[in-house]
Design a protein around this ligand. Structure first.
Ligand SMILES: Cc1cc2nc3c(=O)[nH]c(=O)nc-3n(C[C@H](O)[C@H](O)[C@H](O)COP(=O)(O)OP(=O)(O)OC[C@H]3O[C@@H](n4cnc5c(N)ncnc54)[C@H](O)[C@@H]3O)c2cc1C
Length: 507
């Protein structure tokens, strides 16, 4: 493809899920597309990496729309993931072990979950039933795919419509309640602690309800093999449609002439032109670095000044010479209390959550297992620490040895079986994906900004023509399905601008 502007040409910055999705739908509609990606592989945050035969997954725990019976599944089919992935569903979302010896099991099945919670805390009956009824309400938001038998489809669609009409107010109430506000209402200290730990405390409760509803409907399964195979499928689908990807090409500036985006300049100094430019890269660096903050108004600035982001993470990966066959298989692992509080990184922690990949044989050599431990962290702490590279490195080493010591408490002699231990910080996320402050999913949806649920953020900037954004920084809540939908939403808009009928090709 030539390096100057031609009719229909689009340059896309970033080969994460959103960039690849935009590329796929653009190719389906006859646009000439080139993706420029700074990394040497596709997927952005949806990634995994290998060390000494172990694979560590940096992303997918659950994939909304994984059920072939769900209408959302058609997106996965369009981009090729549904046909090529093997999905498993878990009976448990997560376990939370209390200091008092009791364990809360967050079952995927809402009836089982309700029974278990009531057994644990009869004194919280009203609150528990309130919670589980709300999950049941959300299970109706599961529009059926065309694979579902006609009359069953009609029935489910009516239920969907009625729920929307009859329960709109309830949904608003849940939307306006944070996970912390809800959790604090439990009288049982174990449930209070478990629910607080389950979700990001500021996050709107509605999303917790939807997650459990998806799990109940077996519509948020795990794709065996994890994240990287999915990213490769998207890449293959895109190039199969004739799209071009240039790897190891970091975009430094978006070239603007007469308030119109006309091209990009890479860090190697080369310039590339196209009729339209889409940034599917990090929002902050797109707006404030690549475009020097020249196309912003209050509305664009507000999130970057006021909205909370999904916490940056300390991400610890371990390769262990053990099967962990007796441990539960869950979506998100289990949380257990430490013998005594420990300072790990920038905070004192009294428990950790451990995610054992004993459900996916692709993640480790036979007889061995990959484990992931994720801790919330502060970006600024690491930024400051990294001013002294030796201090930064030794903090990572200290974390590795503290985690080993903590695991010894639960699995005596495990240190002899550890073959790999690797610590990533918010700076690692920032370096590899460019995401602002190392955030792993963009904007958090809280009661304060929940209006975005009904009114999507703009994919354009004021005063700048032929320029668009898509991905987790224009779709609060982030996530993989959102990335695919964002790409499709944008190409539909571009087709509309060109008076072109939007079309989808399913292979
Ligand atoms: C630990 C973890 C667990 C998660 N679990 C789930 C889950 O279970 N389910 C789910 O749905 N989602 C999950 N997510 C969230 C999901 O991974 C993200 O929301 C999604 O991948 C974001 O996609 P994106 O395309 O918008 O952005 P990104 O993936 O960040 O893609 C942006 C791309 O742009 C590239 N780029 C950036 N700057 C430049 C530049 N200057 N020049 C060229 N290229 C550039 C980057 O390298 C990257 O490839 C998880 C994320 C993490 C980290």
């Amino acid at each position: 493809m030539k390096n100057t502007s031609d009719e229909n040409s689009i340059i896309i910055i970033g080969a994460g899920f959103a960039g690849l999705s935009a590329g796929i739908y653009a190719r389906m509609n006859g646009y000439n597309t080139r993706i420029f990606e700074m990394h040497d592989k596709p997927g952005g945050l949806c990634t995994s990496w290998s060390r000494k035969g172990f694979t560590f997954d940096g992303c997918v725990h659950w994939l909304v729309g994984s059920s072939p019976e769900s209408a959302f599944n058609k997106y996965w089919e369009e981009v090729g993931i549904a046909q090529k992935s093997r999905i498993i569903n878990f009976d448990e979302y997560k376990r939370f072990e209390g200091k008092d010896g009791r364990t809360v099991i967050f079952y995927s099945d809402v009836n089982r979950l309700e029974k278990h919670l009531l057994e644990l805390s009869p004194q919280d009956t009203a609150l528990i039933r309130n919670f589980t009824s709300a999950i049941r309400m959300c299970t109706a938001f599961n529009q059926p795919s065309s694979r579902v038998h006609f009359w069953e489809r009609v029935k489910r669609n009516i239920k969907f419509g009625l729920t929307f009409v009859l329960h709109g107010k309830d949904m608003q109430k849940w939307m306006k309640t944070s996970a912390r506000e809800f959790s604090e209402q439990f009288t049982d200290p174990l449930l209070r602690e478990a629910f607080t730990d389950l979700w990001i405390p500021e996050f709107s409760m509605l999303f917790m309800l939807f997650t459990f509803a998806y799990l109940h409907n077996r519509n948020a399964g795990y794709p065996l093999g994890g994240s990287m195979p999915m990213s490769k499928i998207l890449e293959e689908r895109y190039t199969g449609l004739g799209g071009v990807i240039n790897y190891k090409k970091r975009v430094e500036k978006i070239i603007v002439e007469n308030n119109r985006a006309v091209g990009i300049r890479l860090t190697d100094g080369s310039e590339h032109r196209a009729d339209r430019i889409i940034s599917a890269a990090d929002g902050h660096s797109t707006i404030f670095n690549m475009l020097d903050g020249r196309f912003v108004d209050e509305k664009i600035r507000e999130p970057y000044e006021k909205w909370p982001i999904f916490n940056p993470l300390i991400f610890i990966s371990l390769g262990i010479n053990d099967t962990f066959s007796g441990e539960p298989m869950t979506v998100s692992g289990f949380s257990f209390p430490l013998n005594k509080p420990e300072e790990i990184g920038d905070a004192v922690r009294d428990r950790i959550n451990i995610h054992i990949y004993n459900h996916d044989p692709a993640m480790a050599p036979e007889g061995k297992t990959s484990i992931i431990i994720i801790l919330n962290s502060e970006y600024n702490y690491w930024k400051k620490l990294a001013e002294d590279i030796n201090a930064y490195k030794s903090k990572k080493e200290e974390i590795a040895s503290k985690i080993t010591m903590i695991l010894e408490q639960r699995y005596p002699d495990i240190s002899k079986k550890i073959e790999v231990i690797d610590v990533a910080t918010p700076l690692t996320f920032e370096r590899y994906t460019g995401n602002w402050q190392g955030s792993f999913e963009g904007w958090l949806i809280t009661p304060a900004n929940s209006y975005v649920f009904m009114k999507p953020m703009s994919q354009q900037l004021p005063g700048l023509d032929n320029f668009y954004m898509c991905g987790q920084w224009t779709e609060p809540g982030g996530g993989l399905p959102t990335g695919i939908m964002a790409g499709q939403r944008l190409i539909r808009k571009i087709c509309k601008e060109d008076h072109r009928k939007f079309r989808i090709i399913v292979k």
